[in-house]
Design a protein around this ligand. Sequence first.
Ligand SMILES: Cc1cc2nc3c(=O)[nH]c(=O)nc-3n(C[C@H](O)[C@H](O)[C@H](O)COP(=O)(O)OP(=O)(O)OC[C@H]3O[C@@H](n4cnc5c(N)ncnc54)[C@H](O)[C@@H]3O)c2cc1C
Length: 371
Amino acid sequence: MNLSYWEIKSWFTNIDYTIVGSGIVGLSCALSLKERFPNANILILEKGTLPQGASTKNAGFACFGSLSEILDDLTTHSEEEVLEIVSKRVEGLQLLRKNLGDEAINYLQYGGYELFPEEDEGLYEICLSKREQINSLLNPIFKDDVFSLKENSFNYKNIKQGYIFNQFEGQIDTGLMMETLLQKAQSKGIKILNNIVVEDYDESNNSVLVKTNIFEFLTSKLLIATNGFASELISEPVKPARAQVLITKPIKDLHIKGTFHLNKGYFYFRNINDRILFGGGRHLDFKGEETTALSQTILIQSNLETILKNIILPNTPFEIEHRWSGIMGVGNQKKAIVKQLSNHVFCGVRLGGMGIAIGSTIGNDLAQLID
Ligand SMILES: Cc1cc2nc3c(=O)[nH]c(=O)nc-3n(C[C@H](O)[C@H](O)[C@H](O)COP(=O)(O)OP(=O)(O)OC[C@H]3O[C@@H](n4cnc5c(N)ncnc54)[C@H](O)[C@@H]3O)c2cc1C
């Protein structure tokens, strides 16, 4: 297809910053760039009709790490490093809430719970015995105990009768968050074009030639925010990791409220509009889930249903209304990759399972790489 003179002039001439990917990172980066350079011409290219990676697919936990996850991190990181990881997540959540407002994202601090399967005696005991130590470690950030012990008041079955409760964990409406971010970007004059795949780019002395599935154009700087799809464009150590989800139909008098982690966070569920949203199970088939295919598997979906029936809603009839999957970007380190790749090309990728917490900060950090 040949673009018209008008199309070229209005959309693809004098582009200062082109961002690939309209997830939370791409949009936050565009907003930070606009704040720094109000007159800049900013273009976001997105391959999906909607953002099509993780930002519109996730579970909406506004979390910063369960007790078992923090203990796990301490086996590979120093206390200072773990404190920094948690602190970055907390700051990121504050930034998201400040930028968009709690009402716009329906932020609710119902608290988070970690549940332990009956047979997971070892992990349960370790978490109980280390709880005070981790509370002390996190005290400089929260100035209060994060983790306490609660009774099984939601009547889950086949789990230990005590939960670890995190009073600072919240939940958001993921769809509202992304709608608000998109509207904010558009209201500031940031152009967003959907259904365009960036296939490659060529850098020259002063600019970058961006090659898409339908046309090519020049940009002064190129910023890549494609997370789980990063390896299709750049050579950084990021692998795709699919995460599958299901949601029930509305359940009358649903008694569950909060965000819940099970099996070291490999399973997670929450209430939303009288429904249970339940996801995870990637650990059942790590290799198979290392894919960018937005589909579901019987293995994982049937496991989710079994747990829903045997643990979460043992006495409540439910029906599954809908299933989906999203693609995360992971690696052998938890840290995101935010860096300059060459003179005019930059990236902010590998957000793991914490993009709600760190996405706003990573987007902002990416924008700050531009001088
Ligand atoms: C099922 C699921 C549950 C999750 N639950 C939580 C949670 O509860 N809490 C939490 O903090 N995090 C959660 N996460 C993780 C979180 O959603 C991600 O870390 C975050 O959304 C990553 O944002 P991003 O902008 O980096 O990537 P993405 O949202 O994936 O955005 C990248 C965008 O780039 C686009 N793109 C890719 N390649 C190209 C190309 N070549 N050309 C054009 N466009 C391209 C993609 O379509 C995509 O829209 C979850 C993730 C999933 C999948």
